[in-house]
Design a protein around this ligand. Structure first.
Ligand code: NAD
Length: 283
């Protein structure tokens, strides 16, 4: 019998802990502010930004939104980021991706001061994660670790297979699993015989972006399956990368979509904003 990993429960728990600390900081006269930049009117980005705002309200973090028109130039965006980097009232900065094509995302990400980079996308913060010397970790992968920790799922010595090698999920996921002393394999679009790896995995983290990509025959009996994917099925309903209905009975633990990894990303973002605020205030 599988156990469902409840991302809503764990994210609410994390947010309540953040709220306690934000309240305690407030009593010392310290407030925490997150600046969120959104460029253009991509509907999915709008939903994400609204969710982040709601999480700020729930945790007591002040959110400042900068909604810029689609035609904003790269120079204008970089100027705003510089201004926010220098603004002592602002503790964390994030720029919602994707950006319009005429803007170089990498340049923008690396323009955010590492001390305020709560998404942990900048080169410096990614490097710090890999050497194990960091204050904030990439939100989605860290959210996965928080889920596994909450349920007491052991990782040490386990065979963990990540499907996907993106900079925001697959690669940082590998770094955090290694830190937990797991044996880590990263599979990707050029991997030969993907099933060979997944069938031997104690833990599978799927971050592919293809609906129902991980099927029951790819999963070992008793495996832990974490589904990071967010896709739409043919009826427009949200679904993950895992064929949940057919895979679940082979698992010891599995995350649903929605309600698994999704809420965790934002909870960790709140945690990161708290962490940078404390660091900046020497708390
Ligand atoms: P991406 O497109 O950058 O990367 C996808 C990865 O999948 C690539 O590394 C690619 O090599 C791999 N891949 C593609 N086809 C494959 C195949 N046939 N076999 C093996 N590997 C294959 O995507 P991403 O940004 O890493 O996101 C992955 C998924 O996670 C998406 O559905 C995205 O929406 C979701 N996501 C969710 C959250 C969250 O908060 N839950 C956050 C970020 C991304």
């Amino acid at each position: 019998m599988y156990r469902l990993i409840d991302g809503k429960e764990v994210s609410n728990y994390i947010k309540s802990k953040v709220r306690e600390e934000i309240t305690a900081l407030g009593e010392k006269g310290i407030k925490s502010t997150l600046a969120v930049i959104i460029v253009g009117d991509d509907p999915a980005s709008r939903v994400y930004v609204n969710n982040k705002k709601r999480a700020c309200e729930a945790t007591g973090i002040v959110s400042r939104e900068y909604a810029l028109p689609e035609e904003t130039s790269e120079a204008e965006l970089l100027a705003l980021i510089n201004e926010l980097n220098d603004d002592k009232e602002v503790n964390g900065i994030l720029c919602q991706l994707p950006l319009p094509r005429h803007i170089d995302e990498k340049k923008v990400i690396d323009a955010i001061s590492p001390e305020k980079d709560v998404d942990v996308f900048s080169e410096i913060n990614v490097g710090k994660m890999w050497v194990g010397d960091y204050d904030v970790a990439s939100c989605t992968p860290k959210g996965v670790i928080e889920l596994l920790d909450y349920y007491g799922i052991p990782l040490e010595g386990k065979n963990c297979v990540i499907i996907g090698r993106s900079n925001i999920v697959g690669k940082p996921m590998a770094s955090l699993l290694l830190e937990k002393n797991a044996t880590v394999t990263i599979c990707h679009s050029r991997t030969d015989d993907l099933s060979f790896f997944t069938r031997n995995a104690d833990v599978i983290v799927a971050a592919v972006g293809r609906k129902r990509f991980v099927t029951a025959d790819m999963v070992k009996e008793g495996a832990v399956v974490v589904d990071v994917g967010i896709n739409r099925d043919d009826n427009g309903k949200l679904c993950g990368d895992v064929d949940f209905e057919n895979v679940k009975d082979k698992c010891s633990y599995i995350t649903p979509v929605p309600g698994g990894c999704g809420p965790m990303t934002i909870a960790v973002l709140m945690k990161n904003t708290l962490a940078v605020t404390k660091k900046q205030n020497n708390v």
